[in-house]
Write a protein that binds this ligand. Structure first.
Ligand SMILES: [Zn+2]
Length: 568
């Protein structure tokens, strides 16, 4: 009897211990408080060209060393195919159709909480030393003014200068490294490590000239890449990756010198990958003036390292950019805001039992042309859903939708489209993609409903900036089919006031009207009306958010071309 009671008591104790262990906070008890965070995003960095991801050349010895001691996510994916939407998904944990910074000229809705807000509210220094934060599209992110005094001594030095002066503070520091992006022009020393002899300029093929071109774009259709270009292109690219690794080594050494390694979580990832002739071309949406969502563009590295506090681990579930913000916040003990679309990966890092469960699907969306998209390109969108075994890509043009389906287990390079042969899988993934779109629409609606246009925080609003028409433009009927699309850097979900000041003398007219969103299309007009508009030249317009007080863009002056080609 007594023995049975002892056994029962022991069983209860074991059970309770087990329950307590399961519910124990995974990290807080072990982690020192007030950990710093350095988030380094690298433009166009492919995971499979890094040593820690199994690349056969030594391109990243310094990153490999921290990856070995920290958490390495073997299958991490971008939410898009170009810089802005990918980075915004990292910084907000929202999918591109929800944060909507997926087209040039669009700013983040000020009601959306970013990772910067979370850290600032937790008492962290959140320095503005990333050049991207000076771009209009990032202007509604709440950080302090640009800390210009750190920008000297060359590109990338600002992060070292900032650390030199602020190492005592508790900080969240974001840095975007851009040099891996086209053009692939590494320094001689690093290039010669990966491709010893570069042909003379006169012997360079059009493909090599394209990747060396300072324009940093190689639109599809303008250049043909040859098989013989591939080793040179990969050599140049690898040399750029090595240069990033050297930059990282300097950063790591700085942290070591200041004794910050034990209290700094380091996160290295990318905005998107890069095609290196995997499907016949080089680049990504912004440089191609087109877009693909194959794995070479979607797959990115994700490495997290924090001295002894993160266990060395390799995680094989597929994960995505929206997961990064909740993971960082949970690791450092800051509450994750409600409404994020990602999940924290901290349980996978700290609890081996939470690893290797089946992956959740990954989604991505991009416009043709990315950063370089004109009105026409932006009408085409690619969307994709990726599971462990399959990938469905939808190309949505104004004319039609087409689909590609790839069997990733037998065709990991995504060469053979098997959409028509696998009707059940195709249908199931189309439904998944549709549900994702519906969910995003609902979330977007919720943000708009919660919002209005009242700015929050100290650095918003930045006054809008006209994208088109630009100052001095002459609007020709023939070129525009009688239509004018005015656009400015602003929110697609806010109201704006357009003010106009037209003509001279007796023809002078001025006024204003309210419009919704950051663009407005006028026309199409007949030739007669175009001429009538030209009779009132010059036109001046400016735009402001519909707030009080107003915050005006600069005036832009434009003219309509008369039917006979005159402007005056
Ligand atoms: Zn990029």
């Amino acid at each position: 009897m007594r023995l049975r009671r002892i056994i029962r008591t022991a069983a209860v104790i074991i059970f309770l211990t087990f329950v307590l262990l399961l519910n124990a906070p995974p990290l807080k008890s072990r982690a020192p408080t007030g950990v710093n965070v350095i988030l380094v995003t690298v433009d166009s960095l492919r995971a499979d060209h890094m040593g820690c991801y199994g690349y056969h050349k030594m391109t990243t010895p310094n990153i490999d060393a921290i990856a070995e001691k920290g958490a390495l996510f073997r299958r991490a994916y971008s939410q898009s195919a170009w810089t802005f939407p990918g980075l915004m998904s990292i910084l907000t944990s929202l999918q591109p159709p929800v944060h909507q910074v997926d087209q040039r000229g669009r700013t983040l809705d000020p009601n959306i909480k970013t990772i910067f807000d979370c850290f600032r509210e937790a008492g962290y220094a959140v320095p503005n030393i990333c050049f991207l934060l000076t771009l209009p599209e990032f202007s509604t992110i709440r950080v302090g003014p640009v800390e210009e005094k750190y920008f000297h001594g060359g590109d990338g030095e600002e992060i070292f200068h900032w650390l030199d002066e602020n190492r005592e503070s508790k900080f969240f520091l974001w840095y975007h490294y851009r040099e891996v992006h086209l053009p692939y022009k590494p320094k001689e020393g690093s290039r010669s490590m990966y491709f010893p002899i570069l042909p003379a300029d006169s012997e360079l093929s059009p493909g090599i000239k394209a990747v060396l071109s300072e324009t940093a774009v190689a639109p599809v259709g303008t250049v043909k890449f040859e098989e013989a270009d591939m080793p040179i292109i990969k050599g140049l690219y690898d040399a750029e990756v090595r240069e990033f690794d050297s930059f990282f080594a300097r950063l790591y050494a700085r942290l070591q010198k200041y004794g910050l390694l034990k209290k700094t979580l380091i996160v290295v990832t990318a905005d998107h990958g890069e095609e290196l002739m995997d499907h016949g071309f080089v680049g990504h949406a912004s440089t191609m003036h087109s877009a693909t969502l194959y794995d070479e563009v979607m797959r990115i590295p994700l490495i997290m390292s924090w001295s002894d506090y993160l266990p060395p681990c390799e995680i094989r579930e597929q994960i995505q950019q929206v997961d990064i913000m909740p993971t960082i916040l949970e690791i450092v003990g800051i509450p994750v805001p409600s409404g994020v679309q990602g999940r924290s990966l901290a349980p996978m890092i700290f609890d081996t039992r939470k690893r290797n469960e089946s992956s959740v699907p990954v989604f991505a969306e991009t416009i043709y042309g990315g950063f370089q998209a004109d009105e026409e390109m932006a009408k085409t969108r690619l969307r994709c859903v990726r599971t462990d075994a399959w990938k469905l890509i939808e190309t949505d043009t104004p004319e039609a939708k087409t689909f590609q389906l790839f069997d990733l287990l037998t065709d990991p390079k995504e060469i053979r489209n098997v959409f028509d042969e696998n009707t059940q899988t195709s249908a199931a993934l189309r439904t998944l993609l549709l549900e994702w779109r519906r969910e995003n629409m609902a979330r977007k609606g919720a943000i708009v409903d919660a919002g209005g246009t009242v700015p929050r925080g100290d650095s918003f609003p930045a006054c809008p900036q006209m994208l088109f028409p630009y100052d001095g433009v002459v609007l020709r009927y023939q070129e525009r089919n009688g239509t004018i699309r005015a656009s400015w850097v602003g929110s697609p979900n806010s109201s704006y006031v357009i003010e106009y000041d037209i003509g001279q003398g007796v023809h002078h007219l001025s006024g204003s009207f309210v419009t919704f969103g950051n663009e407005r299309i006028f026309g199409p007009y007949s030739r007669e009306i175009w001429s009538a508009l030209a009779a009132r030249n010059p036109w001046r317009i400016r735009v402001s958010p519909d707030t009080n007080p107003r915050c005006w863009s600069e005036w832009v002056q434009l003219e309509f071309e008369h039917e006979n080609g005159r402007t005056h």
